[in-house]
Design a protein around this ligand. Structure first.
Ligand SMILES: NC(=O)c1ccc[n+]([C@@H]2O[C@H](COP(=O)([O-])OP(=O)(O)OC[C@H]3O[C@@H](n4cnc5c(N)ncnc54)[C@H](O)[C@@H]3O)[C@@H](O)[C@H]2O)c1
Length: 269
């Protein structure tokens, strides 16, 4: 006699139950996907974004709150939910395209570093203020493929992302003794307000989104899969959650091998 067991698919176990998270730049793009995914996984979330109205819309859809300044937002989160377990330093700008260093504006460089580097540093600093006494916490920052190779974006953007990686490693070195993990996630190009503006002139088509997807697909290493904000959010969720409880100081590449493979010599193509 044989018996047959049927394993029914069940909804995934929430991976952030009872956790409190703050997401910067959570009103649109990758940040918005992170907010929705964290919410699905049971986290209580606060959002910091300069687009106040958009941030409020995302919050209303989740029944949560919004705030603007990182230090105040950390305090707000703790007042509201009692603690802070996770911060996602996602807010970032690319700066204006500039193909000739002689025309680069220092004010533009300062602006990009102020948001992409100082903003991340502030997030780490103020999260650490809450996490150190609790002896636990997870800090995840959005980095980029531009954190490991040149030629991906404007100089200020690339410099800023190398800096985010440096901060991630250094702060991980300090906070390890407090049980706090510090990591970053580095995506390849995904269609958002930030990246669409950087499509090369000769790749632009009437349908901007279709042009972007076609271009990034053609120069990608991994074929047959298109990177989405959801894929990036999944990587952030992994690092934020206890599934990554022994991972710190890491730069998780979400690039389908783009920065590991150089196809210029056409060995495989
Ligand atoms: N889209 C990509 O292809 C890509 C690739 C690699 C890395 N990234 C990184 O991912 C992160 C998110 O980018 P995105 O593509 O979702 O961009 P996006 O422009 O769609 O979203 C960024 C969000 O951050 C907010 N923001 C900007 N400056 C802020 C500030 N000073 N304070 C608070 N909020 C602020 C914006 O209002 C926006 O809601 C960035 O750090 C970016 O560098 C994006």
């Amino acid at each position: 006699m044989s018996t047959t067991s049927i394993l029914q698919a069940s909804s995934p176990t929430p991976r952030l139950s009872g956790k409190v998270a703050l997401v910067t730049g959570g009103a649109s793009g990758i940040g918005e996907s992170i907010v929705h995914l964290f919410h699905t996984h049971g986290a209580k979330i606060c959002i910091v974004d300069v687009q106040d109205n958009l941030g409020k819309q995302v919050c209303e859809s989740l029944d949560d709150e919004a705030n603007e300044d990182v230090s105040r937002a950390v305090d707000f989160t703790v007042d509201r939910f009692g603690t802070l377990d996770i911060i996602v330093n996602n807010a970032g700008i690319s700066g204006s395209p500039c193909a000739d260093i002689r025309n680069a504006e220092l004010s533009e460089f300062d602006k990009v570093f102020s948001i992409n580097v100082k903003g991340v540093f502030h997030g780490m600093k103020h999260a650490a203020r809450i996490m150190i006494p609790k002896k636990k916490g997870s800090i995840v920052s959005l980095c980029s493929v531009a954190s490991v190779i040149g030629g991906i974006g404007p100089h200020a953007y690339t410099g800023s992302k190398y800096a985010v990686l440096g901060l991630t490693k250094n702060v991980a070195a300090e906070l390890g003794k407090h049980g706090i993990r510090v990591n970053c996630v580095s995506p390849y190009g995904v269609a958002t307000a930030l990246s669409m503006a950087h499509l090369p002139e000769d790749e632009r088509t009437e349908d901007a989104l279709a042009g972007f997807r076609d271009f990034t697909g053609r120069v990608a290493n991994l074929e047959g899969v298109e990177l989405t904000t959801q894929d990036v959010a999944n990587a952030v969720l992994f690092l934020a959650s206890d599934d990554a409880r022994y991972i710190s100081g890491d730069n998780l590449m979400v690039d389908g091998g783009f920065t590991s493979a150089n196809h210029s010599l056409k060995v495989f193509r």
